[in-house]
Write a protein that binds this ligand. Sequence first.
Ligand SMILES: Cc1ncc(COP(=O)(O)O)c(C=O)c1O
Length: 390
Amino acid sequence: MAKDNGEMGINTRLAHSGNNPRDYFGFVNPPVVHASTVLYPDAASMAARSQKYTYGTRGTPTMDALTQAVDALEGSAGTIAVPSGLAAVTVPLLTFLAAGDHLLIVDSVYHPTRHFADTMLKRLGVEVEYYDPHIGAGIAALIKPNTKVVFTESPGSNTYEVQDIPAIAKAAHQAGAIVMMDNTWATPLYFKPLDHGVDISIHAATKYPAGHSDVLLGTVSANETYWKQLYEGFCTLGCCSGPDDIYQVLRGLRTMGVRLEHHRKSTLALASWLEEQPGVAQVLYPALESHPDHALWKRDFCGSSGVFSIVLKGGGQKAQHAFLDALKLFGLGYSWGGYESLAVPVFLGDRTVAKGSYEGPLVRLQVGLEDVDDLKADLLRGLAAAAATA
Ligand SMILES: Cc1ncc(COP(=O)(O)O)c(C=O)c1O
């Protein structure tokens, strides 16, 4: 860590965390180290592995520059960088779970997390159970003697329920379970999981940290208790990421604060405006006072990012597709956190508990860095097309 100081403002910390320029001739950015082999000075040091870097899969100065910057944001004991956000979910789950363990997952989880749990984890003998995102302290009733991990994601994917993370963490810890959280939506700028009782914080750095829709990367940060085991799991799986991708994410991190603030303002403006539109039944964005979990969001979060969903007023898939097909600025594509706006149809058919009851079809919007008036004009095109299907 170069000049990080918890007292400084977030943009200052984003600009100066990670590498120390003095470690590399004063160049402000760290070198991009392409590495498998690392040489040892002699046989004794090789046998003892008694040097900082031992092999490319176990860490490089480029990976350290990013992971130290992330540790400074998360307040974590250590961070690993893995090749995608999905790997940031699967690596800790594989590291900490064993056959016979019980895993509790929030029902509004990112779909590929559910797919991983329902296929690979079940095949490996893990018992998987989904819980209601609004369960709070009530999760104690679901915890069994073999519950090893409680996997949270807040707000939940697509429907954006906010979970009472401190209450869930308290109940989980009383039973000796590990609490993991996919915190991609908030980033550590708007929610710091470890300060709220989470043990392992997960991020798809593909989204806001990278910010330009051109890199896949994940980070996993652990507290003191679980860091050693997480790092061992990372090395055992050989799940390291390439230096160019890591470098791109560190580069993105420098501007994440200013980008996120723009995403936040534009999204709040659009979400409030959408609430007034006749074709919109509901806007699922916790920063809005109308959101059922607004008070909880306000208690724990210090900002809101740029992805949320709208519920169209009536109509089915026909209206949903008409809305999407009429958009010109919002691209139809997966992922979010980049500079450009995107829209996707929401599918809730995989839910077991948090099915919700919505008046019409849902569309998820990712608000990019474009000008709000242009985005409004685009959404009006979509709403007019959806209304025309009635
Ligand atoms: C909440 C959440 N977690 C994890 C991921 C996975 O990230 P990646 O696309 O880098 O695998 C995504 C991707 O959309 C996501 O929305």
